[in-house]
Design a protein around this ligand. Structure first.
Ligand code: NAD
Ligand code: UGA
Length: 345
């Protein structure tokens, strides 16, 4: 009897397919969903180092694989699952400039294939758009439905990530209108936290600003600020982001056809402030260890000709408040402290 009940309960669990499961957002989301014991999760990634403690969980079925090769597995699991969350992408600006075709092929083409399957099998897709789609818009706060998406000229390859994501957003929306695809687009604003990037990648410049700074701190190297350092970002702690994503998963019907910014406008600071803050937190934790200093570098020298920066980026989160009843709770100090703690432990 107990076995029958357990089987029935398992049968009732929602099944979710997560591609890019080992990534920063993927591993944190899976970890949190598994704690709820309400979901069956199927995951794929090229690597599994961030998931090693979850592999034996009976509600998690992970396969090491390449989304460009494992077509049969992916199509089968799209058919089988209720919700599809494709998180595979390269999301580091250095690569947008150095290898824009890779961005087009992986971030756009590989994900387009997934979107088409999801539309074909009439499943719900929760797709990671990005704050980068708003580009260099001058709006004080970026709104999902009102802000114009403004990018630089085509030879500035930095924008290939933004425009690849934008076109996928548009393809998903068109599939919603023409093929009854149900979807939610979410736009993360500079999420930070444990496992953001590997320090090995950050060392090569293929990381996001915070992991590059932390790598420099740990290696006792100077911290380089690109340009004046007056450009701002609204840093958002991963647990707040995951909390919002789980609300989207729980309320997928209510969230159908919605676009949701997920960011923390209270943590909007300049990159210069970020550098000073992370140095001061590190020095408090490890007095007399860091001997480096802050240096400034021209953006063309740091990234190359194809780079353009984004001066200001603040999310309007009224949609997230309204539809998810969500607001971020981690302030910058705590977010930085927790991230640094992970990388130093
Ligand atoms: P991430 O780089 O940490 O994760 C991507 C994962 O995809 C990695 O684990 C990687 O191994 C995997 N992957 C790469 N190529 C693959 C392939 N061919 N086959 C299978 N797996 C492959 O990125 P993230 O920060 O977790 O971002 C997830 C998504 O959210 C991306 O689409 C990104 O563009 C978007 N996003 C993230 C942020 C942020 O603040 N982190 C902001 C905006 C948008
Ligand atoms: C990022 C990436 O494009 C994606 O990860 C993501 O989709 C997007 O943000 C987002 O959150 O939506 P960006 O914030 O420009 O874009 O990338 P970072 O590498 O984190 O850089 C932030 C700022 O720090 C930029 O102004 C950059 O020039 C600066 N920076 C970076 C430095 O001053 N020093 C460094 O060593 C690295």
């Amino acid at each position: 009897m107990l076995k029958i009940l357990l089987n029935k309960f398992n049968y009732m669990k929602k099944s979710i397919l997560i591609l890019g499961a080992n990534g920063f957002i993927g591993n944190a989301l899976i970890r949190s969903l598994l704690l709820d014991k309400k979901y069956k999760i199927f995951g794929m990634d090229l690597y599994k180092n961030n998931l090693s403690d979850l592999i034996d969980n009976k509600d998690f079925n992970f396969v090491e694989g390449d989304i460009n090769i494992s077509n049969e597995w992916i199509e089968y699991h799209i058919k089988k699952c209720d919700i599809i969350i494709p998180l595979v992408a390269i999301a580091t600006p250095n690569v947008y400039v150095k290898d824009p075709l890779k961005i087009f092929e992986l971030d756009f083409e590989s994900n387009l294939k997934i979107v088409k399957w999801v539309a074909n099998y009439k499943k719900h897709i929760i797709f990671p758009s990005t704050s980068e789609v708003y580009g260099i818009s001058t709006d004080k706060k970026f709104n999902e439905y009102k802000t114009n998406l403004v990018v630089g000229p085509v030879h500035k390859s930095r924008w290939i990530y933004s425009t690849s994501k934008q076109l996928l957003d548009r393809v998903i929306i068109a599939n919603g209108d023409q093929n009854k695809l149900t979807y939610t687009l979410f736009r993360p604003f500079n999420w930070i936290g444990p496992k953001l990037d590997s320090l090995k990648n950050a060392q090569l410049g293929n990381g996001r600003v915070l992991t590059i700074f932390i790598n420099n701190l740990l290696k006792n190297k100077n911290i380089t600020i690109v340009g004046s350092g007056k450009q701002t970002r609204s840093f958002t702690y991963i647990d707040d982001g995951v909390d919002a994503l789980k609300n989207i998963i729980k309320n997928k019907k209510k969230l159908n056809k919605k676009i949701i910014n997920i960011g923390n406008p209270n943590n909007n600071v300049t990159v210069e402030f970020l550098a000073k803050k992370i140095i001061s937190i590190y020095k408090k934790k490890y007095p007399n260890k860091y001997k480096g200093k802050i240096v400034y570098k021209n953006q063309k020298i740091f990234y190359g000709e194809g780079y353009e920066d984004i001066p200001v980026r603040v999310p309007d989160i009224s949609e997230a408040r309204k539809y998810l009843n969500w607001k971020p709770i981690y302030n910058l100090e705590k977010s930085l402290y927790k991230t640094l703690e992970y990388y130093t432990s």
